[in-house]
Design a protein around this ligand. Structure first.
Ligand SMILES: NC(=O)c1ccc[n+]([C@@H]2O[C@H](COP(=O)([O-])OP(=O)(O)OC[C@H]3O[C@@H](n4cnc5c(N)ncnc54)[C@H](OP(=O)(O)O)[C@@H]3O)[C@@H](O)[C@H]2O)c1
Length: 254
């Protein structure tokens, strides 16, 4: 039987206090990885997740950082290495909150914060954590993008700018660090059902669902499964990809 086996691996998931990050961290732990749980302001959710992961008999630690600040990311690295060791897998998932506005009205601060959490996060996480992967000759850089990066719909400009910016960095990075046995991939969710929707009963969005070839929104666990696959040896020859997990709502051309 083929199975995803991440035992012996250490994963760091940024934004693991958030909706998708929490499920990604849990699924990586279910696959056998020890997990560092990054949060920004919501320590309580991170602590709760750490308890759940420890119940799976995996090691877990909780760390905080502003991912747009080099010093903050470096101090997170020290904590993770002290608690668990150097990560083999990083999942760059965090994103700052976004206000949907037309370009004519979008605040400059929104462009800056998307640049920080999309572009700079990926640069700083790479510069901080990839050197140890190079030493181990094995590593996984997985970043969470979005279907919006291909849709370019009104009010998405700052978000799309950040996500397209990180896409450029990650494609270059895949070429640069591939020779060291490290893969670099992006997972691009559609508008995804998470715990918040389940609590609010907002899973179905008919105006959105009707245009999706699979006629529904994806579930958080379906995003997490794609991440776990890319983290595993089953995806050993996949790098530089942008993998939509959106029921076919976008289809990158070849
Ligand atoms: N949800 C969707 O439908 C969807 C669709 C497409 C793509 N995505 C992508 O999936 C990823 C996760 O989305 P989500 O919906 O799960 O987001 P979310 O629930 O809003 O969580 C965002 C996470 O990022 C952290 N964060 C915010 N600002 C930060 C900063 N300046 N520095 C460091 N961390 C920061 C938050 O930490 P605290 O809460 O601890 O402050 C939180 O853990 C994002 O990259 C998003 O673009 C999501």
């Amino acid at each position: 039987m083929i199975k995803i086996d991440l035992s012996g691996k250490i994963a760091l998931v940024t934004g693991a206090s958030g909706e998708l990050g929490r499920v990604i961290a849990t699924v990586l732990a279910q696959g056998g990885a020890d997990v560092a749980i990054h949060y920004f302001r919501n320590r309580e959710r991170a602590d709760r997740l750490a308890l759940e992961i420890k119940k799976l008999d995996r090691r877990a630690c909780v760390v905080s950082a502003d991912l747009g600040e080099a010093a903050s990311v470096r101090s997170m690295q020290k904590e993770v290495e002290k608690e668990l060791g150097a990560p083999d897998i990083i999942v760059n998932n965090a994103v700052s909150q976004y206000v949907w506005k037309p370009v004519l009205e979008q605040a400059i601060e929104d462009y800056e914060s998307q640049f920080q959490t999309c572009v700079l996060q990926n640069v700083l996480m790479t510069q901080t954590f990839v050197p140890a992967m190079i030493r181990k000759k094995w590593g996984r850089v997985i970043a969470i993008n979005t279907e919006c990066a291909m849709q370019n719909f009104p009010t998405q400009s700052a978000y799309v700018a950040g996500k397209r910016g990180m896409d450029g960095i990650l494609r270059v990075l895949a070429r640069e660090i591939g020779p060291h046995g490290i893969t670099v991939n992006q997972v691009a969710p559609g508008w995804t059902i998470s715990e918040r929707d389940r609590l609010n009963g907002t899973e179905q969005q008919p105006d959105y669902d009707k245009n999706v070839p699979l006629r529904r929104r994806g579930e958080d666990i379906e995003i997490a499964h794609a991440v776990a696959f890319l983290a595993s040896d089953l995806a050993s020859f996949i790098t530089g990809t942008y993998l939509p997990v959106c029921g076919g709502n976008i289809m990158p051309t070849i």
